[in-house]
Design a protein around this ligand. Sequence first.
Ligand SMILES: Nc1ncnc2c1ncn2[C@@H]1O[C@H](COP(=O)(O)OP(=O)(O)OP(=O)(O)O)[C@@H](O)[C@H]1O
Length: 325
Amino acid sequence: MSVIETESLTKRYPKVTALDRLTVDIGPGVTGLVGANGAGKSTLIKILLGLAPATEGTARVLGKDSATEGGAIRERVGYMPEHDCLPPDVSATEFVVHMARMSGLPRTAARERTADTLRHVGLYEERYRPMGGYSTGMKQRVKLAQALVHDPRLVLLDEPTNGLDPAGRDEMLGLIRRIHTDFGISVLVTSHLLGELERTSDHIVVVDGGRLLRSQTTASFTEATASLAIEVTDSDAHPDGTGALTAALADRGFAVTAGAGHLVHVEAADEAVYDAVRDAIADLGLGLIRMEQRRHRIAEVFQDAPDAPRAQDTPHALAGQEAAT
Ligand SMILES: Nc1ncnc2c1ncn2[C@@H]1O[C@H](COP(=O)(O)OP(=O)(O)OP(=O)(O)O)[C@@H](O)[C@H]1O
């Protein structure tokens, strides 16, 4: 069943087309929505929530039309906005209780759910202090808690790792994963960092300039291009065992590249490659130190793809490793 479905969704602002005929079908689980800054991610979220009208096309969330049933969608969906929007002079507890009450929870239930949710996101004693004194990581956790407090079926998280240091980012990504595994809530999480979503998401949607570039399972991004990493010993006959194996496999018609250290990477299109590696090593009289499957990182898949985002359109961040801005 679709959780989010868009059909030719287009949003034109006077000077820019933020979404350009975007058609995408997203099922349950954790979905990463990846795109460079300005790719249209926040615009999509606002349309899905019924907070901004589309220029053309349709969007359905949990089966409801975002153009006409925004209220019903917001009852069932949690939203974590990108920017800092927390009132500085109230505590996390007061704020999240207020948001729970706004979502229709009775007073006692709102208090109980707030305590549970703040504990879940890792806020303890601090939750009674005014939020103005919180670190970025704590603020992000409160924003996440208010998105979860009314027990939604889906949460839309806009750049939840923004401004976090690497450790904070890892913790946030772990929390996001658990939203689905512990509570069964589906998640759409946006990022301009392709690399960070591959561990967290079941499915990845990539947008560029408001258009859909890719939509597929995270596993299929990486599995289809799995390779073997092999390390061998040298021998008297072959003082450069790595070089000899590379040449022997290339002779047998395999795509071979040099990996880090003395690793040889071979594209593993099918199982025949295992036999070929075994035979090549035996023929050369080398020792096999290790042979392991190596999944490509999504960013590498993109570098090789003919329709990969062009470098000038795509801030280097899309390749995945830089600190969030
Ligand atoms: N209210 C608006 N009025 C005019 N242009 C807008 C408005 N909101 C967004 N845009 C433009 O639409 C494009 C897409 O913006 P959007 O915020 O959806 O991108 P994004 O992928 O979320 O990027 P970011 O991570 O930087 O927020 C950008 O060029 C942006 O400048």
